[in-house]
Design a protein around this ligand. Sequence first.
Ligand code: HGY
Ligand code: MN
Ligand code: MN
Length: 420
Amino acid sequence: MAQSESAAFAVVRAVSEQRLWQRHMVIARFGATGRGGVNRQALTSEDIRARKRLLAWAEARGYEAAVDAIGNLFIRRPGRDNSAPPVVAGSHLDTQPTGGNFDGAYGVLAALEVMEAADDAGIATERALETVVWTNEEGARFQPTTMGSAVFAGALALEAALATTDCAGVSVEAALAQMLASLGVARRKEFRFPMTAYLEAHIEQGPLLEAQRKKIGAVTGIQGLRWFQVEVRGQEAHAGTTPLRSRRDALASAVAMIAALGESMHDENDAVRFTVGRCEVFPNSPNTVPSRVLFTIDLRHPERETLATLGDPIEAICRARAGGCEVKVTETLNAAPTVFDPRIVELVRAAAKRQNLPSIDLVSGATHDAKFMAQLCPSGMIFVPCAGGVSHSEAEAAAPSDLAAGTRVLAEVALKLANS
Ligand code: HGY
Ligand code: MN
Ligand code: MN
């Protein structure tokens, strides 16, 4: 057996299900909602505390930590040849407001577990292994989603990201400065530094693996995604004295827009994913005609053409229902469908097969930081089942044995790439 294979298999055997699960339970405490889920939004004190806990585990192993200018955090286990590009694996620690304990956290903890299993197995790698925590993958507090990896990959300007504000008017720049000061990580990393490969373990956030009794998803790609913000500006007026015909009611116009958009997105095959997830009304008083509404659009589909056909008319549809209000439509993210490097996908399939884990190929309905990494280096993802396919919910659940199985596949693929 080749030395690199025996090294990979030794690390696979050293993966600890118990340590991995225990780490999830510790991270779950940061932002715990008391209803089984978590609210650990990007750059909040909960996000910072979770990162500090991760750093403490890393420091205990002597790993090196570094951050880049958007706060992406990298934890490095050196290799024999530290001039060679590392193999990087990871995901995100920020969550939705009513998030689960595995979306993101799993990919970070699985990557760290691979590094620690290599230590426990006494295995050195040719190339360094790095664990990455991407900043603001969820895009709940600050839009858009996958902000940290988009800036890293050059798909979003750092200045634009830093200027983004949350509902309370706090900027990414201010929140990031607070986090970096609190983390105290001195080393800095450049954007787009060379990597041998990028890997991300993640719960499927869909029903296929569980329904087909499979343990591993060899992810071949990610569906495309377009995010928009629509701002409607009308005129405040008295609810009791202002005739309807003379109103410029921002909410009435926004409702008409959303209804028309919903009709335009209708799809008999139910493949189109159209969501209006946020709607802010100002001044949000029962007896004042709303003067300002801001709502978001999340549009997804596996085909680039359909994303164009459905997404391009959005502005015109909104303007046609302005009802005397001003309308501003801003596209905050346009990510084409991603196809992962077939060599990485094949390594995932082969590792699952060797470890007797039933697997299927699948395209991710959820988006991930891996979509931007696929533009920079050979990238791929490993999915594990989650209960009922439920995610972005406090009911999100996964089995310790499934998380460990996915981590063992990650270990085999990462070690083969690090010693290839
Ligand atoms: O929105 C997504 O697909 C990801 O889970 N944040
Ligand atoms: Mn995620
Ligand atoms: Mn998510």
